[in-house]
Ligand binder design. Structure first.
Ligand code: APR
Length: 237
């Protein structure tokens, strides 16, 4: 398979949604500056105080529901339409801005804000409404067993078999708006590179992963990514 028609994998992080007005995690005013990970994003936190953890994610919902995709999300949809079936988006984000931009093949490895999972039967409840310790599972009808379908630190990521296959067969790996400090997502670039992919990073600054990237595009993704996508489409057509 030539580079021309190889598959493309895009890994996105909170930075791609920054220009849609959503907070990132590790910036000066980031989410982890206002809440402790160990209070809202670990299995122990949920076991210790499920009401507080539910409240943290419920409070996030209105803003994420209202948020609009920005040019960085929209250009990835354009890329998917230019190369049908060849472009997969692996996102660490729990927002649904890729879907709102019209993208498909979006793999939420850290889960989604508009889903809850039943710890009794595994049912996935899609809802933008509040989920609490009183919420009844629509399938098994047990109350109090619903957990936000967010992957907490210490839990296994979602879709990892699919991700592994995608990384090992792509010809181009693009990382957008992630600090590259949370594993295993931070190691995806190494897997893609070892499999022979060209690797490109889109960020405001060099990240701790920059050694593994062949090319760097510094600046707001809403500006740098659409330009890159247009050039890629022109070059491959
Ligand atoms: N354009 C491009 N990059 C941007 C922009 C922008 N407009 N704004 C911010 N960034 C970059 C920042 O420079 C930073 O490198 O986005 C990155 C955001 O990093 P984090 O806040 O660490 O978010 P992320 O990498 O997605 O975190 C990964 O950590 O806490 C967990 O589950 C959480 O999914 C999250 C994971």
């Amino acid at each position: 398979m030539t580079q021309q028609d190889s598959e493309i994998v895009v890994l996105t992080g909170a930075g791609i949604s920054a220009e849609s007005g959503l907070a990132t995690f590790r910036s000066t005013d980031g989410l982890w500056n206002n809440h402790k990970v160990e209070d809202v994003a670990t299995v122990e936190a949920f076991q210790r105080n499920p009401e507080y953890v539910h409240e943290f994610y419920n409070e996030m919902k209105p803003e994420l529901l209202q948020a609009k995709p920005n040019p960085a999300h929209l250009c990835l949809t354009k890329l998917q339409q230019a190369f049908p079936g060849k472009v997969n988006i692996i996102t660490q984000n729990i927002d649904t801005l890729h879907e709102k931009a019209g993208s498909t093949n979006v793999w939420h490895i850290h889960g989604q804000i508009n889903q809850a999972v039943c710890l009794n039967c595994g049912h996935i409840l899609e809802t933008w409404s509040d989920v609490t310790t009183e919420t009844v599972c629509p399938r098994c009808e047990i109350a109090g067993m619903m957990k936000p379908n967010i992957v907490f630190f210490g839990e296994n990521l979602l879709y990892m078999d699919k991700v592994d296959r995608l990384l090992n067969r792509c010809g181009l790996f693009i990382s957008v708006g992630t600090s590259g400090v949370v594993f295993p997502a931070a190691a995806f670039v190494q897997i893609a590179k070892q499999a022979g992919a060209e690797t490109c990073e889109f960020n405001l600054e060099r990240t701790s992963n920059n050694f593994y990237f062949d090319r760097h595009f510094f600046g707001p993704a809403g500006t740098t990514l659409p330009r890159f996508v247009d050039e890629l489409i022109a070059a491959r057509k």
